[in-house]
Each structure stands twice: as C-alpha cells, then as structure tokens.
Ligand binder design. Structure first.
Ligand code: FES
Length: 107
C-alpha cells in the first residue's frame, strides 16, 4: 500500500528525512505533513514559490515538464538552479518512489 512509498528530503541543515509518500499527494503536502519547514504560503496554487526544492539530478528527468505557471513562478524564486522545481506542482506517483529533493533556502 501507500506506506511502501518513500521520498527522501534533505532539510536546510543537510539532514536527510525519509518520508512516507502517498499516491496523489503533492510532494509539498508530503513534506509539510511530516512537519518539515516548508512555507508553501499559497497552499499549492502555484502562486508563491515558497515550496521551492532542488530535485536530485537522477530524478529530474523522471518528472513531468513544468507548466508555464510553474516556470513563471520559479522566475521570481530565490536562488533558482537548473534542478529547481515547485514541490506543490509535483504530484507523487508510484514511479516517483525513492524521489530525492532538497529544500531550497528561504528567500
Ligand atoms: S505552495 Fe505556493 S507555489 Fe507551491
């Protein structure tokens, strides 16, 4: 069942957290539900960029391409890298079991 799915999130102190992931949840919601510090001020509406994460390079190509809204919002984010994504725009699916992301610094 869903308990078998995991993602690994590295916090801003460099500590790794292995989190239970649930199919259909946004990665942002998984991170927030486990109490890690992610602001996600807009609640997942792709309107704040405070759910910014860096995606492990090996996983980047497995994600769907960002929509224009996500690209526009990332333009306004702080310390954007090539592997930056908004975690509210990544819906967890079983194919993403083992996904690794790092929380971006707060702007
Ligand atoms: S939670 Fe606001 S853009 Fe992701």
């Amino acid at each position: 069942m869903s308990d078998d799915y995991k993602i690994t999130v590295t916090d801003r102190e460099g500590v790794e957290h292995v989190l239970d992931a649930i199919e259909g949840w946004r990665v942002m919601e998984i991170i927030r539900d486990h109490g890690l510090p992610i602001k996600a001020e807009c609640g997942g509406a792709c309107a704040c960029a405070t759910c910014h994460v860096y995606v492990d390079e090996a996983w980047l190509k497995k994600l769907h391409e960002p929509r224009d809204e996500e690209i526009d919002m990332l333009d306004e984010a702080f310390l954007v890298e090539d592997n930056s994504r908004l975690s509210c725009q990544i819906i967890f699916t079983p194919e993403l079991n083992g996904l690794r992301v790092t929380l971006a610094p707060e702007g």
